[in-house]
Write a protein that binds this ligand. Structure first.
Ligand code: MLT
Ligand code: MN
Ligand code: ZN
Length: 306
């Protein structure tokens, strides 16, 4: 399968429009070596013609322009997107759906009931789209185990969604009352090559079922939001801590570096990187520490073949 990183940044992207943290300011002034990043999304295909989109970011139009294979041009109106999987109902992962309203067919959207509820109440994107292309909701339901499914037209990719603990958005009734299905991670397996990806841009806690999913993958593409637990406070932005926001930091006890350390099989890559994260500075000691730990940092346009 071909995995294309459409957007490697967290909400707000990088640089963030109103931010003058060390990274955002340094990027604008050219004083740090870093790449511009759009908001969190990937596209996966087994034939480079039919694609599954994971998340629909507010930057989706620019992201699609940057991936010509997404426009196969078989008709006057066409797209390579066969289905859209939402990992949560956050703004950075869902508002791009509105940009797809010109679709000539209903948008085939796979998400949990918790996410669908948010998208029809607090963040009523599906209601708005009912006046345009409409949404063909494909429920992701768990009965004790992962939920396995395929997307029509992309049958060589087997998808298995698993509930993860992260954080529902502020407009969700689940913000402070977590529900199973607020956030998912997905194992994507190419039935032809056997290649397996574990994708989890929102990972706030290492529950017992998560490590085996990572261990059995050929590549893990996981939450790279914050380097440290108090990163927002240290940058003078907000006093919310990384775990409180639903994201395991990379450093410190129980952080992503420690979590990934014992895994020998998968390639390890971070995604959904917040603009405050020092790993965005390619010359930072934090970035060097990641490299020593064998962990890569994804960037917009990056391709992974499994
Ligand atoms: C998150 O990942 O925590 C959210 O997407 C933050 C946001 O609303 O931008
Ligand atoms: Mn996010
Ligand atoms: Zn910033």
């Amino acid at each position: 399968m071909r995995i294309h990183i459409l957007g490697s940044g967290a909400g707000g992207g990088f640089p963030q429009w109103n931010c003058n943290c060390r990274n955002c300011d340094g990027f604008r002034k050219g004083t740090i070596r870093a790449r511009r990043r759009t908001q969190s999304s990937i596209a996966v295909s087994s034939d480079s013609l039919n694609w599954v989109l994971f998340n629909a970011s507010p930057d989706i139009l620019a992201q699609l322009h940057a991936l010509p294979a997404m426009q196969p041009a078989r008709a006057v109106r066409d797209t390579g997107i066969r289905g859209i999987v939402l990992i949560d109902s956050q703004i950075d992962h869902t508002t791009g759906l509105l940009m797809l309203r010109e679709c000539t067919r209903p948008l085939r959207v796979y998400c949990t009931e918790a996410v669908y509820e948010d998208l029809t109440t607090g963040n009523p994107i599906c209601d708005v789209l009912s006046h345009f292309c409409t949404v063909d909701w494909q429920p992701i339901r768990f009965n004790g185990a992962g939920c396995t499914f395929t997307v029509p037209g992309v049958e060589r990719l087997c998808l298995a969604a698993h509930p993860l603990k992260s954080k529902a958005p502020p407009y969700s009734p689940h913000r402070n009352h977590p529900h199973v299905g607020d956030t998912i991670g997905v194992v994507i397996e190419d039935l032809t090559t056997g290649g397996r990806l574990f994708y989890a841009p929102g990972l706030g806690e290492m529950e017992p079922h998560v490590l085996p999913l990572m261990r059995n993958a050929d590549c893990v593409l996981v939450d790279g939001t914050f380097w440290r637990e108090d990163e927002m406070a240290a940058a003078g932005i907000a006093d919310k801590r990384s775990r409180e926001l639903g994201h395991l930091p990379q450093s410190g006890p129980g952080g992503i570096i420690e979590v990934l350390a014992p895994l020998s099989r998968p390639r390890k890559i971070l995604i959904h990187i917040n603009n405050t994260n020092p790993i965005l500075d390619e010359d930072s000691p934090e970035r060097a520490e990641l490299t020593r730990a064998g962990i890569e940092v994804s960037h917009d346009g990056m391709e992974i073949a499994l």
